[in-house]
Design a protein around this ligand. Structure first.
Ligand code: HEC
Length: 181
């Protein structure tokens, strides 16, 4: 009897130590581990072949101008029609509302926590700035404002600008905020 229980105990010993040869098969694969460099897993390899693009999608050419000063001079090449404004609205909701809020006045949940509060995108000051100024802000960021050059293609950035101009500023929330001042 003693012998049998010893045999059973020995049988399960590797299990306790997680030492069965197949115990870590799932963990040890050729795939790249979280936080690991792809080069470490496959020396000499890069994660994506050069010039590859996400599918479906297009390569976002992140920077199209030298700096924010040069961006100010850019003319908006995207007509502010209803479709562009709608696309801009969707992108704005995803990328800008956390800080600038749905009203655009800067009352987003993340914005509330920042030392430098997000500027009011419905302000008259911004209305007087050329579209290129907003393009520069999205492309290069500000002191706190993040860079959106890699998240939004140049065309998408112009859609957002069209929304800020035609949708956001005319939105009921913005009008309410303006009349409350
Ligand atoms: C993480 C918070 C945050 C997000 C997200 C954010 N912003 Fe900002 N934004 C700011 C802050 C803070 C400022 C104040 C200026 C600075 O940071 O230098 C600002 C300023 C601006 C200004 C300058 C306004 C003026 O009157 O001069 C523009 C334009 C702007 N943001 C547009 C956008 C757009 C468009 C998006 C979405 C693509 C966006 N922001 C997303 C935080 C944010």
């Amino acid at each position: 009897m003693k012998k049998l229980s010893l045999a059973i105990a020995l049988l399960f010993a590797p299990l306790v130590a997680q030492a069965w040869p197949w115990s870590d098969d799932m963990a040890n694969q050729i795939s790249v581990k979280p936080q690991a460099s792809p080069n470490k897993a496959a020396p000499g390899a890069t994660l994506f072949p050069s010039r590859s693009v996400p599918a479906p999608g297009t390569a976002t050419s992140s920077i199209t101008v030298k700096d924010a000063d040069a961006a100010v001079k850019l003319a908006n090449p995207v007509a502010a029609d209803a479709k562009s404004v709608e696309t801009g609205h969707q992108l704005f909701t995803v990328y800008c509302t956390p800080c600038h809020g749905t009203s655009g006045t800067g009352d987003g949940k993340v914005g509330e926590k920042l030392i430098l509060r997000p500027f009011d995108l419905t302000s008259d000051t911004l209305a007087e700035q050329p579209d290129g100024y907003i393009f520069g802000m999205m492309t290069f960021g500000g002191a706190v404002m993040p860079v959106y050059a890699n998240d939004l293609s140049p065309t998408e950035r112009w859609h957002v600008i069209n929304y800020i101009r035609k949708g956001l500023r005319n939105a009921p929330a913005a009008q309410a905020a303006a009349s409350a001042q």
